[in-house]
Design a protein around this ligand. Structure first.
Ligand code: GN1
Ligand code: MG
Length: 385
């Protein structure tokens, strides 16, 4: 992470109390996040990565809209808003909720007290609570017109476009890079007038390309509704209550856009079904825990099941496969492009992430039918919101 002179930035937000401490915070791959402690409050301050989010102002407009909508809906249901919805902090000038300094854009949220996040799901209760929190998030937004949201990253979950990016990255490869012994399994890759002798990861990616086309028709003919969705429902994007373990608040609202609920359930599956981390180098550890799947789906459908269509429900597991494939393709593309998008800790980090995703796609394929059966069974129980 770059070194920022944080104090002059932090001081521009309308914070309560005297600033005591600023520390690095969180595990995001894109933005830079800090925890600010004052004599009265804690705040989360983030630099929005403007290479990724080209229009930070639009990101902030989406977030403000979504938070206000969630708050209104909770109030109408007679529920407390404070810990369930993120609260943006204005600048001291009150005219904006974003500080711009040296080309960087910064925002601040109130820190939600007594909460934790986890990187890996360990128990069924955690899976149930995380599923429920994201299901409730979507339920709260189910009457928000998705076309009011800016498309802050166009084609974000468009798998066909992600394949085009992969092909472009392959065409741009300087062949000699792949003679290096530090890139063992990609050593055979060569670009030759549009064809490549491919390594196993590239082979795998293209062997599943047909998956990209399956959804397009449904989205085009409207049989899959566009909704206001989160689009980055990693398991570490829900705050859990420290004492009760309840899912409290969905965070990381940068990619809230018009999308499909199946992508959101899909990314939950991707990040919770296996006990392994996203970058686990030992692929033997990438295994699906069906009890965790069932708990995740039950929690999710308890809140989202009532507004979703039967078609959406029938495609949830497909969403898990598709989103996991998309992430594998994106990590591979970034690896081939020289690690320019995601933060990485070592040269082959994106390659490890890609391999883990592709193994998980295979594991989902093996259990797809069984998982669809579980979803159908849960739906029949008519979970009450
Ligand atoms: C990025 O920064 P983070 O970890 O919230 C990425 C997601 C990926 C995720 C993979 C804007 O999210 O799409 O699923 O990494 N966000 C963006 O871990 O590209
Ligand atoms: Mg994110």
């Amino acid at each position: 992470m770059k070194n920022f002179n944080l104090l002059p930035i932090v001081q521009q937000f309308d914070l309560q109390g005297e600033i005591l401490d600023i520390i690095s915070f969180g595990n995001g791959h894109i933005n830079d996040t800090f925890l600010v402690e004052t004599s009265l409050q804690k705040y989360v301050i983030q630099r929005i990565n403007h290479e990724v989010f080209k229009k930070p102002k639009e990101v902030m407009e989406n977030i403000a809209l979504v938070c206000a909508h969630q708050a209104r809906k909770l109030e109408s249901l007679g529920e407390a808003v404070d810990r369930q919805v993120l609260t943006l902090v204005d600048c001291k000038t009150k005219s904006a909720n974003m500080v711009q300094e040296n080309g960087n854009c910064w925002r601040a949220y109130l820190y939600v007290p007594d909460t934790v996040t986890f990187e890996v799901v360990k128990t069924e209760k955690q899976a149930y609570e995380a599923g429920k929190a994201f299901g409730k998030f979507q339920f709260l937004l189910s009457d928000l017109n998705p076309t009011l949201l800016h498309q802050t990253i166009p084609d974000f979950h468009n798998l066909s476009w992600r394949y085009e990016q992969l092909v472009s990255a392959l065409h741009a490869l300087p062949t000699q890079n792949f003679a290096s012994s530090s890139l063992p399994t990609l050593a055979t890759v060569e670009t030759r007038s549009g064809t490549f002798a491919s390594s196993s990861e590239i082979d795998f990616a293209f062997s599943r390309q047909y998956i990209a086309t399956q959804l397009i028709d449904y989205l085009k003919d409207g049989s899959l509704p566009l909704r206001a969705t989160h689009n980055d429902t990693k398991i570490n994007n829900v705050l859990m209550d420290k004492q009760t373990g309840a899912g409290i608040c969905v965070i990381d609202l940068d990619t809230v856009m018009a999308g499909s609920v199946i992508y959101d359930f899909g990314d939950l599956m991707r990040t919770s079904l296996s006990l392994s981390a996203e970058d686990e180098p030992n692929l033997e550890k990438v295994q699906i825990r069906m009890n965790i799947f069932e708990a995740l789906a039950a929690g999710y459908l308890a809140k989202a099941g009532n507004f979703m269509t039967e078609k959406e429900k029938s495609l949830l597991v497909f969403g898990g496969k598709m989103i996991t494939l998309i992430m594998g393709v994106r990590f591979l593309t970034d690896y081939l492009s020289g690690n320019i998008y995601y933060k990485t800790k070592y040269a082959t980090h994106n390659l490890d992430r890609c391999r883990t995703q592709f193994r998980l796609v295979e594991e989902i394929e093996k259990k797809e039918e069984e998982m669809n059966g579980i979803i159908a069974g849960i739906s029949l129980k008519k979970w009450v919101v």
